[in-house]
Design a protein around this ligand. Structure first.
Ligand SMILES: C[S@@+](CC[C@H](N)C(=O)[O-])C[C@H]1O[C@@H](n2cnc3c(N)ncnc32)[C@H](O)[C@@H]1O
Length: 223
């Protein structure tokens, strides 16, 4: 058995996914009242994101159960020991990744979240799952918090914060990616600049869309 499928991790995840399911109609409804153009402008903006996410501060906005399982599998298969996460929210993706670290024998996950109430909830959830010793959540805008003190060799990155900033966050972690590092970007269709970079072999990546909402990439470049 993996830690993912056992209490306390499984019970915390069941509770959080149930919460996400209850909350998501409200999130979808608010989004549906916007025109297609308004939606695209908000989702791709490099400046409007603080307001957008502040309004969603009580919503988990979590990765799907499938993406969560994929994160666990990728972290296990690559024997990841160092993980960076952009966009932690209530910590659902973090729990999948940290339980993979536990099952890999230990490691370090650096998360990031700018909404203080979400940072508090994520820390509580991670502690309740018994994974606090593996996780550091940096409070503040990831443009600043991930610009310092990153692990010198990063095995896996999850991008799941404001989509417009995916290229900027990738630029922050890129110098530390180990050869063969995996980058999972949720809903990357909202970031055409990001897709152009990771789909360009000249930039050192091999990449493809995976499932309905993920861009899965690996860094094989050299410095
Ligand atoms: C889609 S949710 C993340 C869900 C989380 N990965 C999970 O599966 O549980 C995006 C989160 O990123 C946060 N966020 C967005 N832009 C950010 C930024 N520039 N810096 C830090 N946090 C950010 C939002 O507040 C929100 O909680």
């Amino acid at each position: 058995m993996t830690t993912l499928h056992q209490a306390p991790v499984s019970t915390v995840l069941d509770r959080l996914f149930a919460l996400d399911e209850t909350a998501s109609p409200a999130a979808t409804q608010a989004f549906d009242t916007l025109s297609g153009e308004e939606r695209a402008a908000l989702m791709t903006s490099k400046t409007a994101y603080p307001d957008l996410y502040r309004r969603a501060k009580d919503l988990p906005l979590a990765v799907s159960r499938e993406t969560g399982t994929l994160l666990y599998m990728l972290a296990r298969a690559s024997r990841a020991a160092t993980i960076v996460e952009y966009g932690t929210s209530f910590g659902i993706s973090t729990l999948h990744l940290a339980s993979a670290l536990r099952d890999n024998g230990g490691g370090r996950l650096v998360g990031s979240e700018f909404e203080p109430s979400k940072v508090a909830k994520a820390r509580e959830n991670i502690a309740a799952a018994g994974l606090a010793d593996l996780v550091e959540i940096r409070e503040g805008d990831a443009l600043q918090t991930l610009a310092r003190d990153l692990p010198l060799s990063i095995d896996l990155v999850l991008l799941d914060g404001a989509k417009g900033l995916y290229p900027e966050i990738l630029a922050l972690v890129e110098p530390y990616l180990r050869r063969g590092a995996i980058i999972v970007a949720d809903n990357a269709d909202w970031s055409p600049d990001y897709l152009a970079r990771v789909r360009s072999p000249a930039a050192g990546y091999v990449s493809l869309p995976f499932g309905s909402d993920v861009e899965l990439s690996t860094w094989i470049g050299s410095r």
